[in-house]
Design a protein around this ligand. Structure first.
Ligand SMILES: CCCCCCCCCCCCC/C=C/[C@@H](O)[C@H](COP(=O)(O)O)NC(=O)CCCCCCCCCCCCCCC
Length: 216
């Protein structure tokens, strides 16, 4: 248990640090740090129990696709999300209307994580304004219904909804975050949320400008 908690401490700090280092001064989003942020989140989720493993498997799969792009021969084009979008669109490496030749494009893969980041933002906002008797499962499903659920088929929504009921209660959830007292958790959330929101908004604007918010 002690080892697991140590891992978590590192993980949550890492999440905070990586989202901090995601944005350049010109508001470019570094893919390497974005992916590292997701790795941290997945590690945290894995500590919550095996009911979440179908979710983390999909996230890990998508993270790996992006890492492969980053480490591939065209990796230089994948340094920032902005350069990735430009490169893939200019080179016609994205399926724009229906799935076809490029099921693993960086643009469509990142879009799935981007939508999940909106869930995270909404969930953390709820945690931040929660009180002792707030229910994490309810907060989680409300955040999900307002964001990711709109992009998921019925069967996925059903499975996700079932998994949410296995979330630990607020006190345990805060303990697992392992950043200290509830007041300290609130302080960490206060630090993290604006960073996550900004990364989300910059990405959202980029995808909107390029008309790629609905990639298949
Ligand atoms: C803490 C509890 C975790 C709740 C996570 C809420 C998100 C629920 C998502 C359910 C996704 C189910 C798996 C399948 C997904 C795919 O169908 C679907 C579409 O992909 P496709 O177009 O390639 O087919 N994939 C996705 O939408 C990407 C989902 C990625 C989910 C990553 C969730 C990571 C959650 C991290 C939790 C961290 C909590 C931290 C709190 C301090």
């Amino acid at each position: 248990m002690a080892v697991a908690l140590e891992d978590l401490k590192f993980t949550l700090q890492e999440v905070l640090d990586t989202f901090k280092s995601c944005l350049s001064e010109h508001k470019d989003v570094f893919l390497e740090h974005y992916v590292a942020g997701w790795r941290g989140l997945v590690r945290f989720m894995n500590c919550l129990g095996s009911v979440f493993s179908f979710i983390s498997k999909d996230a890990v799969n998508k993270i790996q696709i992006l890492v492969n792009h980053l480490n591939g021969e065209n990796g230089a084009h994948y340094v920032t999300i902005q350069s990735m979008v430009k490169y893939e669109l200019d080179s016609q490496l994205v399926d724009l209307t229906k799935r076809g030749s490029f099921p693993e494009s960086g643009c469509r893969t990142l879009l799935r994580l981007h939508r999940a980041l909106r869930w995270l933002e909404l969930f953390l906002e709820r945690l931040q304004t929660s009180t002792e008797d707030s229910n994490t499962s309810v907060m989680c499903s409300e955040a999900y219904n307002e964001s990711l659920a709109q992009h998921h088929a019925w069967i996925i929504r059903k499975a996700a909804g079932t998994a949410f009921w296995a979330l630990p209660g607020r006190a345990t959830f805060f303990d697992v975050m392992n950043v200290g007292s509830p007041e300290q958790v609130m302080a960490v959330l206060g630090d993290t949320l604006p960073l996550i929101s900004e990364v989300y908004q910059v990405t959202e604007d980029l995808y909107a400008q390029n008309n790629i918010l609905e990639l298949p």
